[in-house]
Design a protein around this ligand. Structure first.
Ligand code: AMP
Length: 192
């Protein structure tokens, strides 16, 4: 099973990806998680990405395409994967298509998780407050950065919805439903 989870920040892509990894026994591939761990570890990639991620802007297509290409070559991704947070631009989607073609792999579906902007902003700010208590706060979870991330989504990532609809791969689920219901809806949509 090869899936892309698409949706604005805070729509629950990460949470859903985690539920789906258990259901399908395939890994979650989150470019955001990979970038954050590179930043924590202070690797050259992390140093390059830090300021961009902290502002809520997008890291270059070249960097994230490289991350994804390496990651899907790993053994645990042979039977499939759930892409969470990639692709985020049309050029990334085109690069992914080329990568998969080269590896003779096919996408099963692209699941759009919808959510309204107000709820999203609230969710992410709450996540930041909770994170701050346990000192696991994300530097990109303050209100100004959250608004920037939502704008970046609208301008650069939302066009992917039409892109994948045209390819006949798009499924849409309501991300405002309770977490377990959203997971069930995704699994149902992917089956259809
Ligand atoms: P996420 O955890 O998916 O919300 O990603 C956190 C941050 O990592 C984003 O705001 C971007 O700065 C960066 N990032 C993650 N995935 C991508 C991507 N596919 N393209 C560019 N930047 C990304």
């Amino acid at each position: 099973m090869r899936l892309i989870l698409l949706g604005p920040p805070g729509a629950g892509k990460g949470t859903q990806a985690k539920n789906l990894t258990e259901a399908y026994n395939i890994p979650q591939l989150s470019t955001g998680d990979i970038l954050r761990s590179a930043i924590r570890a202070g690797t050259p990639l992390g140093l390059q990405a830090k300021a961009i991620v902290d502002r809520g802007d997008l890291v270059s297509d070249e960097i994230v395409n490289g991350i994804v290409s390496d990651r899907i070559d790993q053994e645990d991704a042979r039977n499939g994967f759930i892409l969470d947070g990639f692709p985020r631009t049309i050029p990334q989607a085109e690069a992914l298509e080329r990568m998969l073609e080269e590896k003779a792999m096919k996408l099963n579906a692209v699941v759009e998780i919808t959510a309204d902007a107000e709820t999203l902003t609230r969710r992410i700010i709450n996540r930041a407050r909770e994170g701050a208590k346990t000192s696991g706060a994300r530097a990109d979870d303050n209100e100004e950065v959250v608004r920037n991330r939502l704008n970046v989504y609208r301008e650069q990532t939302a066009p992917l919805v039409e892109y994948y609809r045209t390819k006949g791969l798009l499924k849409t689920v309501d991300g405002m439903a309770p977490v377990e219901e959203v997971t069930a809806a995704i699994m149902q949509a992917v089956k259809e």
